[in-house]
Design a protein around this ligand. Structure first.
Ligand code: ADP
Length: 448
């Protein structure tokens, strides 16, 4: 500033002196005036260039000006550059924020104070059948037309959620949504949607399970209570009392089996996955199953009637890594089922083999009544029975295959079933190669 003032005064002094030499006092006045006017013109030209640039500032080419206007141009360019940087950073932050919401497993819709869509993520698009680009600024009420939502939106009480049917629902696969509005800012609203189909299914399954367990326990309990009442109120002979006690013991045993199966299931659900370091001696395990199965077979089909043929193949030349008690319960469930459902005179075969791909399979085949194809996919559901009375008569709980499937899956394997009505059924428990272990040398020699 001082420098500019100095130049101004210097030019006036020089031109004033020149004028004074040339024309005397009038010349000096003219010289001073000419110096002032030329400085004014130069300044106006610079100012004009600055204003022309400032109208649409191009930060890559700021005007090369000297003096005050140059300083002003430099400062304006610098603050514009800072502003641009700030805008870029906030745009990036907004972009990151929207990408994060986009990645959310829930649907998110931002609504303006009039209920129009400002932004929504793809999940919300799928939940409500909205196009996240085309439907921007559409009123949410025009797009989500379910009466439950309309009433919820109009009610203005958003403290609770509302449950809706998702747009992706089909007849066989209903999609259930939990939707809630959260007001924010000045009249804006956040609409969150969550797919609760699996949760609702689990809830329904839990309710069914409790109802089934209650029903299964109530039946023998009612029978037991009836017998107790009879014994308390009626004068009975010794033979009758013995008979009733026998029947009561049967009902108590049925409840005990059911409770044991329930406990097994809950233990399976709550315990860690079987380790791969403990080898299970399959031969010993299957020998126990064989003894149990032939005891059951003799009980159900005494030798004087038509006995069953029970054949266990050669002991396996491999061991399995897993939990012995779990594997035993899985094998005995399938083997005992074959015994229970195959009529007298029928045959049951149990064998173990290594499959060409390295997996191992324990197979139980019977010549029983077989199972119709429509039942096969549901066999391992809890309490699912093809023939209810047959299952109960032979002491079934409806949980055996559920336990078996659980055990096999915990060991990384799969339960395969194939059956032909009237011809028989084949269950295969297939275990992955990484659980198959060679037998120790001494045991291999014994098998050979
Ligand atoms: P349950 O205790 O009733 O036997 P499971 O879960 O073990 O329950 O078996 C489910 C249903 O599968 C049984 O009720 C029965 O109808 C059918 N089932 C199982 N194994 C056989 C088999 N070997 N032959 C025919 N039906 C079978």
């Amino acid at each position: 500033m001082l420098f500019r003032l100095f130049i101004f005064v210097l030019m006036q002094a020089v031109l004033g002196l020149l004028g004074w030499f040339w024309l005397g006092w009038a010349g000096a006045l003219l010289g001073v005036l000419a110096a002032s006017i030329s400085l004014l013109v130069i300044d106006s030209l610079r100012g004009h260039r600055f204003i022309r640039w400032a109208r649409e500032p191009d930060l890559s080419a700021p005007p090369a000006l000297r003096g005050l206007w140059g300083e002003a141009a430099y400062r304006v360019a610098r603050s514009l550059r800072r502003e641009q940087q700030r805008v870029r950073e906030s745009a990036q932050r907004l972009e990151d924020f929207l990408t994060a919401i986009q990645a959310s497993p829930n649907g998110v819709v931002l609504l303006d104070p009039d209920g129009r869509i400002e932004w929504c993520n793809d999940i919300a698009g799928r939940h409500f059948g909205i196009d996240p680009r085309r439907d921007l600024l559409q009123h949410i009420g025009n797009l989500v037309r379910e009466p439950a939502f309309t009433a919820y939106y109009a009610g203005r009480n958003y403290e609770r959620e509302v449950r809706l049917i998702g747009r992706a629902s089909t007849r066989g696969h209903p999609v259930k949504l939990s939707v809630q509005l959260y007001p924010y800012g000045h009249g804006h609203k956040l609409l969150l949607s969550r797919d609760i189909t699996a949760l609702a299914q689990a809830d329904a399954m839990r309710r069914d399970f409790v109802a089934n367990v209650s029903h299964e326990i109530r039946t023998p309990l009612t029978v037991l209570a009836g017998f107790v009442e009879t014994m308390q109120t009626l004068p009975l002979t010794e033979a009758e009392r013995a008979n009733y006690l026998n029947l009561m013991a049967g009902q108590a045993a049925r409840m005990q089996t059911l409770v044991n199966d329930l406990l097994t299931l809950s233990r399976l659900e709550g315990s860690p996955l079987p380790s791969t370091s403990d080898s299970v001696d399959l031969a010993a395990l299957l020998a126990q199953c064989e003894a149990e199965a032939s005891g059951l077979s003799n009980l159900l089909h005494p030798a004087d009637q038509r006995p069953q043929r029970l054949r266990f193949g050669a002991p396996p030349d491999f061991a399995l890594a897993g939990v012995a008690s779990e594997l035993r319960s899985a094998f005995s469930n399938v083997i005992n089922n074959a015994v229970r459902y195959t009529p007298g005179g029928g045959s049951i075969e149990v064998s173990c083999e290594r499959l060409p791909d390295g997996r191992a399979s324990v197979t139980v085949s019977d010549s029983g009544p077989g199972i119709a194809p429509e039942h096969l996919p549901r066999l391992s559901e809890r309490f699912y029975r093809v023939d209810r009375s047959r299952s109960r008569e032979s002491g079934g709980t409806g949980l055996g295959l559920a336990i078996t499937k659980h055990v096999v899956q915990r060991h990384g394997g799969e339960l395969q079933v194939s059956s032909q009505l009237g011809k028989g059924t084949r269950f295969a428990l297939v275990f992955p190669a990484h659980r198959v272990r060679p037998l120790p040398v001494a045991e291999r020699a014994a098998v050979a």
